[in-house]
Ligand binder design. Structure first.
Ligand code: C2E
Ligand code: CA
Ligand code: CA
Ligand code: CA
Length: 278
């Protein structure tokens, strides 16, 4: 067995070094581009299914490249987490969200909420609730306009610690949603203990709503959320069939390419203005 693992080590080594080199290179580029203010926050509308109105937006990071392409957040968020950069980047995203809410207010969109994704290292930071409180105050933003999307991986960290942080956020009036609900490997007991507002049904479930087994999972989640008094958002709605299905389930809110793709702030402003004049 010893010989075997030695061989395996030798076999994998060049690949691993290359992989590590590449990762370090990307982290260096990400740090430089963040410092040079090249990262962007885009927004994707969330829609009230009863009337089609935009009731919120989710903020989604974008890393533009010199050639006009974008590196996917699915690729660079893990790098930002692993390098610790996510703490500063995340604080900046929240700051951007606060400024965006101010702009909404100035234009008279007084009830649009912004949902911000929060990573484990951010959440673990000392005084995370205070940091947010201070940013909200500085930008004169009502806390109930902000929603934090946290994943089950955060919830599973340390239940007492997480409960304490969530109650501190909750006391300020900030909303909390569970992102990618059902995708992780967590128990459901936290749903009973934590002060949550909404569950987000991940697009992987939504995209299986044309199958019986997919529908069983979705309907179980929606039913459970309703009975627990939680809101539900369906993520990744791409066509009318999916839209009608979630409407018929009395799912309150949805987000997806069918309504709008993530877009830069100026494009969102135009979309809201045209919605207003309809
Ligand atoms: P997520 O939080 O699950 O965000 C939803 C993802 O689904 C986004 O991908 C969005 O563009 C995409 N999406 C929305 N509607 C549709 C649809 O109809 N069809 C399909 N196929 N996809 C749809 P995106 O923007 O590439 O972000 C990927 C992930 O990166 C996010 O997944 C989130 O986990 C992470 N992320 C993005 N921005 C941030 C951030 O500011 N902070 C942190 N911590 N994570 C972020
Ligand atoms: Ca999210
Ligand atoms: Ca996510
Ligand atoms: Ca998701």
């Amino acid at each position: 067995a010893k010989k075997n693992s030695f061989e395996r080590f030798n076999y994998y080594r060049p690949y691993m070094e290359e992989e590590t080199q590449h990762r370090l290179h990307m982290v260096r580029r990400l740090r430089a581009d963040f410092a040079a203010r090249k990262l962007e926050v885009w927004y994707q509308p969330q829609v009230d299914l009863s009337n089609g109105c935009i009731i919120g937006v989710e903020s989604l990071l974008r890393w533009p490249q010199d050639d006009g392409s974008f590196i996917s957040p699915a690729e660079f968020i893990p790098l930002a987490e692993y390098s610790g950069l996510i703490v500063d980047i995340g604080a900046w995203v929240i700051e951007e969200a606060c400024q965006q809410i101010r702009r909404f207010d100035e234009r008279g969109y007084g009830d649009i909420r912004i949902a911000v994704n929060v990573s484990v290292p951010q959440f673990r930071m000392r005084d995370f609730p205070e940091l947010i409180e201070q940013q909200l105050k500085q930008h004169q933003v009502n806390p109930d306009r902000l929603e934090l999307e946290i994943t089950e991986s955060i919830v599973m960290e340390d239940p007492d610690f997480v409960a304490d942080i969530l109650y501190r956020l909750k006391r300020q009036g900030i909303h909390v949603a569970i992102d990618d609900f059902g995708v992780g490997f967590s128990s459901l007991s936290y749903l009973q203990k934590l002060p949550l507002d909404r569950l987000k049904i991940d697009k992987t479930f939504v995209h299986h709503s044309d199958e019986e087994s997919g529908r069983i999972i979705i309907e179980t989640i929606v039913d459970m959320a309703h009975r627990l008094g939680l809101g539900v958002v369906a993520e990744g709605i791409e066509d009318e069939q999916q839209l009608n299905y979630f409407k018929q389930l009395n799912c309150a809110e949805a987000q997806g390419y069918y309504f709008a793709r993530p877009m830069p702030a100026d494009k969102l402003a135009k979309m809201l203005a045209s919605e207003e004049s309809d």
